[in-house]
Ligand binder design. Structure first.
Ligand code: IYR
Length: 233
């Protein structure tokens, strides 16, 4: 066993009483249920520090063996955004015209999507999330663990934080995505994972009229301990 005493340090929990926890959980639910994927952005600029804070919140996510196998590339340069849009639209046009099945296109119908992606140039920021299947350590390849799970969780943090900071985004998945590695000149251990335009919504933007599943459909309770009840003495 290592003897160093810094291997474990005290954890400082968030101290709240149950009624505050209840209030907070309800407020969070209400706030998060207002989140929608947005496909039309305002060109209005966003203070960079907000973007930095959002990214660093995402980077606080848990990861396999704490390897933090991610890089978040933040693009505001118009020339790079243009390159990304052009390459994404080339892939998307092929997908919509030849690669996606009839069933898939039908499933996407309610969202009104197509191969055109103007938001890639209009949104003030593009955050491109890269996963790192391995790291280079002293010239040796070191494999990372649960890479998709880890980067997926970090992206969840990212989306949630973007919403809570009052901005909007879209989880965009141009496929295949290798062009992002080339355009952003990423090292050979990085693979594009997701692309998120971030900004303010276009004024008057509308969203698809779709519903979230009901509690009974997504939550199954296997009760063991009795719930603390408000009525209990
Ligand atoms: N990547 C394409 C297609 C697409 C696929 C799914 I699944 C969506 O939920 C939305 C779009 C695009 O971005 O248009």
């Amino acid at each position: 066993m290592p003897t160093d005493t810094n291997r474990f340090i005290p954890y400082t929990p968030i101290e709240l009483d149950d009624s505050t926890r209840m209030d907070r959980s309800r407020q969070l639910l209400e706030t998060m249920r207002k989140r929608r994927s947005i496909r039309s952005f305002s060109a209005e600029d966003v203070p960079f520090e907000i973007i930095e804070n959002i990214v660093m919140t995402a980077a606080s996510a848990p990861s396999g063996a704490n390897k933090q196998p991610w890089t978040f590339c933040v693009v505001s340069a118009p020339a790079i955004k243009r390159q990304i849009r052009k390459a994404a639209e080339e892939e998307e046009r092929l997908s919509y015209e030849t690669r996606m099945s009839e069933e898939w296109l039908e499933d996407l119908e309610p969202f009104g999507t197509n191969w055109q992606k103007p938001f890639l140039e209009v949104a003030p920021y593009l955050i491109v999330v890269f996963k790192k299947p391995f790291d280079w350590v002293n010239g040796k390849k070191k494999k990372n663990y649960y890479v998709n799970e880890s980067v997926g969780i970090a992206t969840g943090f990212l989306i949630s934080t973007i919403h809570q900071a009052g901005l909007v985004t879209l989880t965009h998945t141009p496929s295949p995505m290798r062009f992002l590695e080339k355009i952003l000149e990423r090292p050979d251990n990085e693979r594009a994972f997701l692309l998120l335009p971030v900004g303010y919504p276009a004024p008057g933007v509308q969203v698809p009229n779709i519903r979230r599943k009901k509690k009974e459909e997504v939550l199954k309770v296997y009760e063991g301990r009795r719930q603390k009840s408000k009525e209990a003495p």
